[in-house]
Design a protein around this ligand. Structure first.
Ligand SMILES: NC(=O)c1ccc[n+]([C@@H]2O[C@H](COP(=O)([O-])OP(=O)(O)OC[C@H]3O[C@@H](n4cnc5c(N)ncnc54)[C@H](O)[C@@H]3O)[C@@H](O)[C@H]2O)c1
Length: 348
């Protein structure tokens, strides 16, 4: 039985608890949150035996094989390093850290201790993503030349998920002082990860980041200065070019990702609906002449959570690691640099 502890029991932790508890051979044995009473309420909701307000105490007292770190972005590093120090395997939410230097430090610490790591790039949990990457690697659409990748959300305009004007869970995502890298760090990480996983590593980035007027500059302690829209032109190492973009202003698209990959022998179209269900279509062979797109069957695939638990069981590093987190962090950092200069910036 793999024994997991959850650190940070806010919104996203619900997904972690539900997915870990659903799995055979895995139990959630403890949770922690610095907010008084929050971990206790979470433990009661999910029937978790132990709840703590101090993560260090939890790591010292409990028998734990792996932790999942679900704290806000700027608070990933400390609990990750605490677990790594104790030889506990770590899954971390995205982005790995608020900056590249911290991300590298975390990856190096994990390597030095020999602990297994995972990133919760959640769209890897989807068969369409895995299949699209496999089809590109197998050459099914030939040489990739052009890519269009977008992640659209609308929560700055709609209240479908709650009201950012009043709820802390949204407010920290709008404030650099609260550790947010804006829409780039929030969902840009997912679309950068998807594009690079499916197509290949990105070599150069020219990104335009924008923070639009929201009618209010500050709410309480939260200065609303984090970027909320970006468009990046990218050059992949394999020679393909494309755009990667994300926004929180996409009226009519609560939560939608879309990637189109065009090769010299065919094309792929991977689309995620608001509920997260995916549609993968391919156009190749004789269908190219008539623009006919064939649906690709998308059965279930192991989730990021089960890949992490499986890696603990087998001792074999899973598909994502802190090194994957560092790679995506580089894309974020270079996006900021290129947005300042207005020029293409090399990733390495
Ligand atoms: N993979 C995904 O698709 C996905 C989706 C949503 C959020 N996230 C990520 O999950 C993380 C958490 O987001 P959220 O929406 O749950 O935020 P949230 O604000 O709802 O919850 C964060 C919780 O962490 C607690 N916390 C803060 N500092 C802590 C610390 N040092 N130790 C222990 N607990 C601490 C807070 O009290 C809060 O309860 C973020 O990094 C976010 O980017 C990922």
């Amino acid at each position: 039985m793999v024994r997991i502890a959850i650190i940070g029991t806010g919104g996203m932790a619900n997904d972690h608890a539900y997915k870990f508890q659903k799995m055979d051979g895995c139990e959630v044995v403890a949770c922690s949150d610095i907010l008084p009473g929050r971990a206790k309420a979470f433990a009661e909701k999910y029937n978790i035996p132990a709840a703590y307000e101090n993560t260090q105490e939890m790591l010292d007292k409990e028998q734990i094989d792996g932790v999942s770190v679900v704290t806000p972005d700027q608070y990933h590093k400390e609990p990750c390093l605490m677990a790594i120090e104790r030889g506990i395997h770590v899954m971390c939410e995205k982005p790995l850290a608020p900056n590249l230097a911290d991300a590298i430090e975390m990856a190096e610490a994990a390597r030095a201790k020999g602990v297994l790591t995972a990133m919760n790039f959640s769209k890897r949990s989807v068969y369409g993503t895995q299949k699209a990457a496999q089809m590109v690697r197998n050459g099914e659409i030939g040489r990739v030349v052009h890519v269009e990748a977008s992640y659209f959300q609308s929560w700055l305009v709609s209240k479908a998920w709650g009201d950012w004007r009043t709820e802390e869970a949204w407010l920290w995502r709008l404030s650099t002082k609260h550790g947010s890298a804006g829409v780039l760090g929030d969902i840009g990480v997912h679309i950068y990860d998807m594009a690079s996983f499916i197509v290949g590593d990105i070599a150069e980035i020219n990104c335009n980041l924008k923070t639009f007027d929201k009618g209010v500059d500050q709410i309480g302690d939260y200065v609303l200065d984090a970027n909320d829209s970006f468009v990046a032109t990218v050059k992949f190492e394999n020679g393909a070019i494309g755009t990667v973009q994300a926004t929180r202003w996409a009226v009519g698209y609560t939560n939608v990702e879309h990637i189109r990959v065009f090769g010299d022998k065919g094309a792929l179209d991977l689309n995620f609906s608001r509920s997260g269900a995916e549609t993968l279509k391919v156009c190749k062979g004789d269908d190219i002449e008539k623009d006919i797109w064939q649906p690709v069957d998308c059965p279930e695939t192991p989730s990021t959570y089960s890949r992490f638990v499986e890696s603990i069981k087998t001792g074999i590093q899973g598909q994502t690691s802190f090194d994957t987190g560092v790679k995506v962090q580089r894309y974020l950092d270079k996006s900021f640099v290129s947005s300042e200069s207005g020029c293409f910036v090399k990733v390495m």
